[in-house]
Design a protein around this ligand. Structure first.
Ligand SMILES: [Zn+2]
Length: 275
């Protein structure tokens, strides 16, 4: 090996060593048990996550609206990460046609209430958290009571009426919200800090009429999985501050072309929900 190459490798080794030093994880806090330190070890060692984010997640109360194709990855990842209290709201029963994409439900669950089916799997995944199933559908009448006292709401419903009702309730109660939708092989994700960033109605002032539904237009399972996983990521960002969420606009994802586009939206002074 020539002297110049040897010098290059020495410099590289020293750069790697100092980078390792820079990201040395902080020691876990005494508040975590040995089992918790082991369960959450792969996120605790992340320099962006660490003990403070873990404790923030464990103290958080999150409502997941819908236990379907988006709600499944959202609830699974939040339960896996140790979010302390997860409410899961759905008034449907599991159908055979759900199983292609709704990963919380299995064949023996067909006919069972989705909220109960989902809660049972989440408790298997993480018995250290509190999971509360609610057999109900969010609407304009009950949304204010549902979001009251939550640290975060993740809307995984498949209805525009529900989305606008949840957005209005979260804006009124100043509860952060993650919105998303998926159809076919495309979808979008948007985080909302009410009163500070554009809300769902700021971005989409008019409720679409005759919008196609998954039952008519179809949806691929992994496409819903990607959008739901992005939604879970946004939820963890909002709860812990580990990275900036997608606010003042949305992330538009086309999984047929593999295009991820960030679309900007501003707050509207005349927004009936957050203005
Ligand atoms: Zn608004």
């Amino acid at each position: 090996m020539s002297n110049s190459r040897r010098g290059f490798f020495r410099e590289l080794a020293s750069a790697v060593a100092s980078a390792k030093e820079a990201v040395e994880p902080e020691p876990p806090p005494p508040d975590l048990t040995d089992a918790e330190i082991e369960r959450y070890s792969r996120q605790l060692v992340l320099p962006e996550w660490g003990a403070a984010a873990q404790l923030a997640a464990m103290e958080a109360s999150v409502l997941v609206i819908g236990a379907g194709a988006l709600g499944a990855p959202v609830a699974l990842y939040l339960a896996g990460a140790g979010v302390g209290r997860i409410g899961i709201l759905d008034d449907d029963a599991v159908e055979l046609s759900n199983l292609q994409r709704q990963l919380l439900h299995f064949t023996p669950d067909v006919g069972a209430p989705k909220a109960e089916s989902a809660a049972a799997k989440l408790r298997y995944l993480n018995p250290d958290i509190v999971v509360e199933p609610y057999q109900a559908r969010a609407d304009a009448a009950n949304a204010p009571a549902l979001v009251e006292g939550q640290d975060l709401v993740v809307d995984c419903s498949d209805s525009f009426a529900t989305r606008y009702a949840v957005n209005a309730a979260c804006c009124a109660a100043r509860v952060p919200l993650v919105e998303a939708g998926v159809l076919g092989m495309a979808g979008l994700v948007m985080s909302i800090k009410p009163g500070r960033t554009a809300c769902y109605r700021c971005a989409f002032p008019v409720e679409p009429q005759d919008a196609p539904r998954c039952s008519d237009a179809g949806v691929l399972g992994p496409a819903a999985g990607v959008i739901g996983s992005l939604q879970a990521l946004e939820a963890l960002k909002l709860l812990t501050g580990v990275a900036p969420p997608v606010t003042d606009g949305f992330l538009q994802v086309d999984l047929a072309t593999s295009d991820f586009v960030r679309v900007h939206a501003s707050r509207r002074a005349d927004c009936p929900d957050c203005g």
